[in-house]
Ligand binder design. Structure first.
Ligand SMILES: [Zn+2]
Length: 172
């Protein structure tokens, strides 16, 4: 999601890849050892899903709308619990049909994982960076779900701008 669907990161404008070929290169780099059968058209499909899932992060105050959007995505990509596996190995629980396309499988699995987080009352853990000009997202694993920034550089940037704002106020 951060590689495909974000246009502001750490205070700077970033340009996510726009063509299938560029998206493919980005995905291949991000997922080392990831699926090698991915095509540029698949990469376009994954970028679309990333763009669709991005607003569900940082949405705990408008969770109804996020849930409706997520439900719609799960239906469109035919998410369904399914035990996958080779005959000689214990089955693994997946959330797509065995014959699902790669894009449907990815959408169904990622969408279900996010839906589970929301469904157990933990939507606050689907974090979006609160620093200015940054829309990176993250999974907040802190004990009380109190993380506000994507990383230390954004935390420092937000602290500095809060300090500047306070100083500007007190000198006026
Ligand atoms: Zn950030």
């Amino acid at each position: 999601m951060n590689h495909l669907a974000v246009t502001m990161a750490h205070g700077r404008t970033v340009t996510p890849p726009r063509s299938g070929e560029d998206r493919l290169a980005t995905i291949t780099t991000a997922l080392t050892g990831g699926p090698s059968a991915l095509t540029a058209a698949d990469a376009d499909g994954l970028a679309e899903i990333a763009t669709e899932l991005r607003p569900v992060f940082g949405a705990s105050d408008r969770i109804g709308a996020a849930a409706a959007q997520l439900n719609d995505l799960l239906i469109r990509h035919r998410a369904v619990p399914n035990l996958h596996g080779h005959p000689d190995q214990p089955p693994v629980l997946a959330f797509h049909r065995p014959d699902a396309t790669l894009v449907d499988a990815w959408a169904a699995d990622a969408g279900t994982a996010i839906a589970m987080v929301i469904g157990v009352g933990q939507s606050a853990r689907l974090g979006a960076c609160q620093a200015g000009n940054c829309s990176l997202v993250f999974f907040d694993s802190t004990r009380n779900a109190s993380r506000r920034f994507c990383d230390l550089s954004c935390q420092n940037r937000a602290k500095a701008s809060a300090y500047r704002a306070r100083r500007a106020n007190s000198s006026s």
